[in-house]
Design a protein. Structure first.
Length: 150
């Protein structure tokens, strides 16, 4: 069975851990006060491929974790909060993965609450899946989309 490494990244509190838990209920999260301080890990099998999800902390002080976890990644999965606008950190994270030649998919999370119209325009050129990790919306579509990259 082929292994696929997916690095899940994005700012703090966008729902990275929640998304990984939506994919695998028993996923591991190393956190303190409900904030990831090391990593998340979950895996699932789709179309005969074992997909490993490594979630990175969203705080800037944990940048080194993203560097460590992104080594050997097949796909980057950026999670963005639908209710807020993109900022410099979002753009810098996407540039970082582009520089590393890691293809990226965007999961716009929390769309059950609302979506900022500017987000879609600013992310033109990236595959985008919209949903709600908390409600499970968009997760099956995301998994199918990942298979197009794997």
């Amino acid at each position: 069975m082929e292994d696929v490494k997916v690095v899940v990244f994005g700012k703090e509190n966008v729902g990275k851990s929640t998304l990984i838990k939506a994919i695998e209920h028993d996923a591991i999260n190393i956190d303190k006060n409900n904030t990831t301080v090391s990593m998340d890990y979950g895996r699932t099998v789709v179309a005969g491929k074992k997909i490993h999800f490594y979630g990175t902390p969203g705080q800037e002080r944990f940048d080194f974790m993203r560097d460590i976890l992104s080594k050997g990644a097949d796909i980057g999965l950026m999670v963005i909060d639908a209710t807020s606008n993109l900022n410099k950190m979002d753009i810098d994270l996407l540039k970082e993965f582009r520089t590393k030649n890691i293809p990226c998919i965007i999961f716009i999370n929390k769309t059950d609450i609302g979506v900022s119209d500017s987000i879609r325009k600013e992310l033109k050129g990236f595959p985008i899946i919209e949903g709600s990790a908390k409600m499970g919306f968009g997760v099956p579509e995301l998994l199918r989309s990942l298979m197009n990259f794997a």
